[in-house]
Design a protein around this ligand. Structure first.
Ligand SMILES: [Zn+2]
Length: 399
C-alpha cells in the first residue's frame, strides 16, 4: 500500500458528489484515503508529498460494478457449466477477469453468486496482494431452487433450507444475499416472468439477511417473482427487463434499486457469442433486446434509483455507461450510476463512490471528457485503489 502522502493533480475533477466538475483541482491522498479535495490554488499539500500529475486527464471516482460474477466469461458459453467446473479452473479465470476489470476502472465489484465460496477466497487473495482486482462484495452461493435459474451446484428448497443456506453463507463471509426469484435469459427452459419461489421462501431469505444487518438482492425480470421480491423487502432488483410501469412505481415506493445489466445482453461478445448457436437462448436474447429498447427509456426516466453492472462482461463498465446514455440517461447521471449510485445501492457509500475527505482513495483518470462523449470511458489511463496505482498501459503496478 501507499505510505507517503500524494498530491493528485487533476485536469478536470468530477468528484461524484453532484457538484459541477472543476478544472485544475487537486486531491490529497494519505494512507489510502482522501484527506482533501479542492482547487489547486487553495488546497495545501502536506510537506514532502509526492505529486501524481493527471493534469491532462478527467479524474473521477473508481467505478462500482454493482452486479458481476468473478469466474464467468459469457463469451465462452454455458455459464452454468462454468460454475460447475472444479474450483481451480474457476479461480484461474477469475484472476484474469478481475485484472481486466480493475485495469478498466472498476475498483469495487458486487459479486452476485459463485460456487465453492470462491468469491470469499479471491477477496482474501486480493486483500493479501496475491492477485490484483477490485474490492469485492460477496454473495457467495446464490439462493435458487432445484429447478430455478442460476442453479449450478447449490440449491435451496423450502423455508428451512433457505434459512440454513443464508446463515451458512454469512458464516462463510457473505456481504449480502442473492436470491433468484425468476427465470433468466442465459438458461433454456426458464421463463423470465415465472417465479419458482413462494412468498414465504423469499420472505425467509430477506428476513435472515435483515437479522444480521445485511440485505437481499433478487434476480427478477418481471411478473410475480419481481412483485413478491419488492413486497417482501428486497433492496435491489437485478435486471428487471420486464418490469411494468406499476412494478417500477412499487419499487420507487419501497425504495428498491434497479440494477441494470445491459452488456451481457447487448454486447456481441456476451450471450450472443457464447450461446448464439442455441436457438432457445438466442430467441430469448433477441426478444429481450427489443424489450430493453422499449422499456428502459421509460423506467430510467421515471425517477427510480438505478445503478449498473456488467454481469461478467469483464472490463466493460464503459459499455454499460454508453448504453445508459443511448437509452436517454444524461452523461452526468450515467457517471453517477457507475460511481456514487452504485456505492449507495451496494451500501458502501460511507467508504467509496465519491471523492471527498475520509473516503477511500479510489479514482480513475480518463483520456477525454466523458461528459461530452461517454465513449471516453473506454480510455482509462490510470486506476488508483486504496491509494495504490495501476496503469493499464505499460502495466506499471506501483505501490
Ligand atoms: Zn448475474
Amino acid at each position: 500500500m501507499t505510505a507517503a502522502a500524494r498530491v493528485v493533480r487533476c485536469g478536470q475533477l468530477f468528484d461524484g458528489t453532484g457538484a459541477e466538475p472543476i478544472r485544475n483541482a487537486v486531491i490529497i491522498v494519505e494512507n489510502g484515503r482522501v484527506t482533501a479535495v479542492g482547487p489547486a490554488a487553495s488546497t495545501a499539500a502536506p510537506a514532502g508529498a509526492e505529486t501524481l500529475d493527471l493534469g491532462r486527464h478527467f479524474v473521477m471516482p473508481g467505478l462500482v460494478d454493482a452486479h458481476s460474477h468473478i469466474s464467468i466469461v459469457p463469451g465462452m458459453g454455458d455459464q452454468i457449466g462454468q460454475l460447475r467446473q472444479a474450483p481451480v479452473a474457476q479461480a484461474l479465470r477469475a484472476t484474469a477477469n478481475l485484472r481486466r476489470d480493475l485495469l478498466a476502472g472498476t475498483t469495487t465489484m458486487r459479486v452476485m453468486a459463485e460456487e465453492n465460496f470462491l468469491d470469499v477466497e479471491v477477496r482474501e487473495a486480493i486483500e493479501a496482494g496475491v492477485v490484483i482486482g477490485p474490492r469485492l462484495l460477496c454473495a457467495t452461493r446464490g439462493i435458487t431452487a432445484s429447478n430455478g435459474h442460476g442453479r449450478a451446484v447449490s440449491a435451496f428448497d423450502g423455508v428451512d433450507e433457505i434459512r440454513r443456506g443464508v446463515r451458512e453463507n454469512f458464516r462463510r463471509g457473505a456481504d449480502h444475499v442473492k436470491i433468484f426469484a425468476t427465470g433468466g435469459v442465459s438458461s433454456a427452459g426458464t421463463a423470465l416472468q415465472a417465479s419458482v419461489y413462494s412468498r414465504e421462501e423469499i420472505q425467509a431469505a430477506v428476513e435472515e439477511a435483515l437479522r444480521v444487518g445485511k440485505y437481499a438482492a433478487a434476480h427478477a425480470h418481471g411478473g410475480q417473482g419481481l412483485r413478491l421480491s419488492v413486497e417482501e423487502g428486497v433492496a435491489t432488483i437485478e435486471h428487471g427487463a420486464l418490469a411494468t410501469d406499476d412494478d417500477v412505481a412499487l419499487m420507487r415506493e419501497r425504495g428498491a434499486w434497479l440494477i441494470c445489466t445491459f452488456s451481457i445482453l447487448m454486447h456481441p461478445t456476451g450471450i450472443e457469442q457464447g450461446d448464439g448457436g442455441r436457438p432457445a437462448i438466442m430467441e430469448k436474447v433477441r426478444w429481450a433486446r427489443r424489450v430493453v429498447q422499449d422499456n428502459f427509456p421509460r423506467h430510467l426516466a421515471s425517477g427510480i434509483r438505478f445503478a449498473c453492472g456488467t454481469d461478467s462482461m469483464h472490463g466493460l463498465m464503459c459499455f454499460e455507461l454508453e448504453t445508459l446514455v443511448r437509452l436517454g440517461v444524461p452523461a452526468r447521471d450515467a457517471l453517477l450510476a457507475g460511481t456514487r449510485w452504485g456505492a449507495e445501492a451496494c451500501r458502501v457509500d460511507a467508504e467509496i463512490g465519491t471523492l471527498a475527505p475520509g473516503k477511500r482513495a479510489d479514482l480513475i483518470a480518463v483520456d477525454g471528457d466523458p461528459l461530452a462523449d461517454i465513449q471516453a470511458m473506454r480510455r482509462v489511463a490510470l486506476v488508483m485503489k486504496d491509494g495504490a496505482i495501476y496503469e493499464p498501459r505499460g502495466a506499471r503496478e506501483a505501490a
